[in-house]
Write a protein that binds this ligand. Structure first.
Ligand SMILES: Nc1ncnc2c1ncn2[C@@H]1O[C@H](COP(=O)(O)OP(=O)(O)OP(=O)(O)O)[C@@H](O)[C@H]1O
Ligand SMILES: [Mg+2]
Length: 228
């Protein structure tokens, strides 16, 4: 089942006296439970594309459909739609500094209507799955970069969104912790049919995904031999 379709996505940034053409014409079709890696050199537009697909930024032109619903027109319902269906792991983590790791992860579940008690319980269990059980009550400034990253991943996953965008989710992690994240992603994909779209330079992630794309010159192309 197709859940996301992007048609002819263009993104330009207007400079003082020139136009920067970042995305020239991106087309993408995503089915439920797809595991997609997007590769591409630094500055090629991976974060830009993820933000647009994740409805955090608007394209200059082009259309995005989720479940056959057009989401590129301005619409009040879109924020609610995004909260319900989309999870986002940012390249820079944006944890709330006044809350502990477990609280940062629990907050989206509490906002979605679960009790604080249940949200803390689930947040604790999810963090434990990625080796964070001894850091639950640390504040972000008491966590290493990799621990902050794992907390941000757990926060994006706590409500089991249909589709998760992750921007370099293993960028700060060593091989062991990267493997834990990958096995969490694959486990959630199998258990809940969650879809993942991951911008990454990590070969281990690329090898673990079903489909690999490369973003180059503003166009998204399948990487031959990396698709099952
Ligand atoms: N708000 C902005 N205004 C102008 N240019 C921007 C803006 N945001 C991003 N860019 C430019 O767009 C290009 C793509 O940036 P983007 O962050 O999407 O790259 P990326 O592929 O994610 O790179 P990296 O691998 O380093 O994370 C860069 O050249 C960047 O300078
Ligand atoms: Mg980026």
């Amino acid at each position: 089942m197709e859940i996301l379709r992007a048609n002819s996505i263009v993104k330009n940034y207007q400079d003082a006296n020139s136009v920067l053409k970042i995305l020239r014409s991106v087309n993408l079709s995503v089915c439920k439970a797809d595991l997609i890696a997007i590769r591409g050199s630094s500055g090629s537009g991976k974060s830009t594309l993820l933000h647009i697909l994740g409805m955090l930024d608007s394209p200059t032109s082009g259309e995005i459909h989720y479940f056959d619903k057009l989401v590129t027109s301005k619409n009040k319902e879109l924020a609610a739609f995004r909260n319900k269906h989309i999870g986002f792991v940012f390249q820079f983590h944006f944890l709330l500094m006044d809350f502990t790791a477990i609280e940062n992860v629990a907050i989206p579940m509490y906002i979605a209507g679960k009790s604080w008690h249940k949200a803390l319980k689930e947040a604790g269990e999810l963090l434990a799955r990625i080796g964070m059980h001894e850091r639950l009550n640390h504040y972000p400034n008491q966590l290493s970069g990799g621990e902050q990253q794992r907390t941000a991943i757990a926060r994006a996953l706590i409500n089991h969104p249909d589709i998760v965008f992750a921007d370099e989710p293993t960028g700060n992690l060593d091989a062991k912790h990267a493997e834990e994240i990958i096995s969490l992603i694959k486990g959630l994909n199998e258990d809940y049919g969650q879809t993942f779209i991951i911008a990454t330079h990590d070969q281990m992630i690329c090898n673990s995904m079903n489909t690999n794309y490369r973003l180059e010159q503003g166009v998204l192309e399948l990487v031959p031999g990396m698709n099952s």
